[in-house]
Design a protein around this ligand. Structure first.
Ligand SMILES: Nc1ncnc2c1ncn2[C@@H]1O[C@H](COP(=O)(O)OP(=O)(O)O)[C@@H](O)[C@H]1O
Ligand SMILES: N[C@@H](CCOP(=O)(O)O)C(=O)O
Length: 319
């Protein structure tokens, strides 16, 4: 459960007085998510998400994230903007943390997506990429390839090998491979960089929300396709690849934005990078999650299994 920071109902009531958002009816900690503390607020007028930003979100990056959300709303994408208070401020302080009141979006996160849902997500991602190509602010990807070396060092060989015998050596050799083969000169745009099924809200086959933009950054557009592919196209444990989901996701994407040949050729390496990125962040969290945190750690092995798949099947993105 991701509630790292507890906030009293009285403090939330007081917080809401800054907004034209009604008064508090109920506040519940949200179990899903691992990064930030989230509460679902019911007020006399509406529902909202109250987010308190934790360790991995630098408050200085919030203008990039919130500006991107505002632009995507204008472009007609189903994303949740941060609500402005009566003085026009989106970014606030609460319980010693930087916090935002976020628009609530309907829909549920899908645990086991169907091809139709994967196709709808591919389309939404491509629509997002067409819009974000023009987003002027930039933010370096701080979970990008150069940072994977530091993450691996921070996990340490003992930490990695305690998760899986020989993992430290596997990570080292993959880092070396990726340093050598990482593509150059692909199209760049603002990307989501974490579009897992739990960050897509759906009603039936319709995407009603793309959420959790707190890893969004400026990077290869195709890397976002690779991340989404790695997140969507496997069983939870990463052992079974679902080609129907993969085909649907890519076909949905290409119904809106054709993947240029150069990007398609780069996808096998980008997908290996995406798998390593989530393997490493999960491994880091596995080793370092404080015992008092009410959060369910995610299994790093699920992304080692995906990495092995991409290593063995470089043809998976061939048209
Ligand atoms: N704007 C929103 N509308 C509806 N539900 C939301 C919204 N934002 C977050 N949630 C809910 O909160 C959960 C955790 O949010 P998320 O942003 O993924 O957290 P974290 O950043 O901690 O991973 C989501 O899975 C979803 O159930
Ligand atoms: N999607 C990442 C972890 C980030 O969590 P999120 O709830 O913010 O998407 C993973 O699955 O490792």
């Amino acid at each position: 459960m991701a509630v790292y920071t507890r906030v009293d109902a009285e403090d939330i009531e007081q917080f809401l007085t800054r907004y034209d958002a009604g008064s508090l009816v109920s506040a519940k900690g949200i179990a899903e998510g691992v990064e930030n503390s989230n509460y679902l607020l019911e007020t006399t007028t509406d529902r909202f998400i109250l987010t308190l930003y934790e360790k991995r979100v630098n408050p200085d990056d919030l203008p990039f994230f919130l500006g991107l959300l505002d632009d995507l709303v204008v472009a007609g994408l189903p994303v949740p903007p941060a609500i402005r208070d009566r003085e026009g401020r989106q970014i606030q302080q609460l319980a010693g943390k930087t916090a935002c009141l976020i628009q609530f979006l309907p829909g549920v996160s899908i645990s086991h997506p169907t091809p139709a849902q994967a196709a709808a997500t591919g389309k939404a991602l491509a629509r997002m990429h067409l819009s974000t190509a023009d987003y002027e602010p930039t933010r370096q990807n701080d979970m990008g390839r150069p940072d994977w070396h530091k993450l691996a060092r921070d996990c340490g060989p003992e930490g990695l090998n305690a998760i899986h015998a020989g993992l430290a050596a596997l990570v080292d050799s993959e880092l070396e491979f990726l340093d050598e083969h990482w593509p150059q000169n692909l199209a760049i745009s603002a990307i989501h960089a974490d579009l897992f099924p739990d960050n897509v809200l759906m009603l039936g086959d319709e995407v009603t929300g793309l959420i959790d933009f707190y890893f969004s950054c400026t990077d290869f557009t195709a890397y976002d396709i690779a991340v989404t592919h790695a997140a969507w196209c496997f069983s939870d444990d990463g052992l079974t690849f679902d080609s129907r989901i993969s085909d649907a996701l890519l076909a949905g994407y290409e119904a809106i934005r054709v993947i240029p040949e150069k990007e398609r050729e780069a996808l096998p390496v980008l997908a290996r990078g995406a798998a390593l990125r989530f393997l490493l962040t999960r491994a880091y969290d596995w080793i370092n999650t404080p015992p008092e945190a009410m959060v369910t750690r995610k299994d790093p092995m699920a992304f080692l299994n995906r990495l092995s798949f991409y290593q063995q099947h470089p043809d998976v993105f061939s048209a």
